[in-house]
Design a protein around this ligand. Sequence first.
Ligand code: OGA
Ligand code: NI
Length: 340
Amino acid sequence: MEKLVSSWFSNKTLPQSYIFPPEARPGNHVIPRCNTIPVVDLSKALAHDRIFIVQQILKASQEFGFFQVVNHGVPENLVTDTMNVFKEFFELPAEDKAGIYSEDLKRPCRLYTSSSNYDHENVHLWRDNLRHPCHPLEDCIKIWPQKPTRYREIVATYSIEAKKLGLRILELLSEGLGLGSGFFGDKLSESLLLSVNHYPPCPDPSLTLGVSRHCDPNLLTILHQGDVYGLQVFKDGEWIGVEPLHNAFVVNIGHQLQIISNNKLKSAEHRAVTNSRVARTTVAFFINPSDDCVIEPDKSLIDTDESPAYKPFQFKEFLLNYSSLMGNPEKCLEPFEIHA
Ligand code: OGA
Ligand code: NI
């Protein structure tokens, strides 16, 4: 518990063990907070603009691997309640969190700090993280935190809404790619994981990171980043900031969607920077294939002048390799690639 950044951070200078090597530091550069990350109005997907929305999502997923959605149908008060419950969780007294804290990777519901590899990593991340599965809900809910008292009720409702939103976006993507309706249903999107990041105010944000550069290993991520800036996406050799928009979700393409689409969709590298003023709490809802689901480029997405860029594998093999490489985005696709 004493390793948690939130347990010790106040009034301290940044410890050496949190200082990234110069090439990986965010530094003091002003990062443009671009409006270029597309913002999609999902309410239009219900009406005659559906084709336009499908194209907008497809284009964003090809060019950026990232977009934001507004008018997404998740009630605003539910999102506010959920974010408040997570903030309250991190503010609980240590004794109320002690039962959830664990360094055992096999514990499905756990609070820990930095990465899953604290003891062997070169540099620690300036974040604490709470994660747990959300499916099947009736079973999972029993292992979720019991404090704050509203946690289980509110987060259960949130996870149902986040799943609905995720499946809706996957449906629009499959329409755009010319895949059948329900293509991403069942096993490809069976495993749901909630990951809550908490980044306390940091004494020197120029030297450290909340999350280092990575692509998400899953199919699709639905992130709520609250109202504090910190997310950056790597595009055309530059970091660009993702503006926190009121009542919006950030959606990003995971490695599995890139693979299934034979590289037509892009899983973009991203990272989280810290700030010295306020704590930042974000929630990522990760939609994953089931462990034994076989992933491979879909035949209909391999153009006639192309060959498959990846060989078939089970999703659990991908995860094993991803964690052994600590998510290194340059290396984690390699064992699954077919070189023409
Ligand atoms: C993640 C992630 C970004 C953020 O949890 O995978 O990229 O802004 N989080 O918290
Ligand atoms: Ni991520």
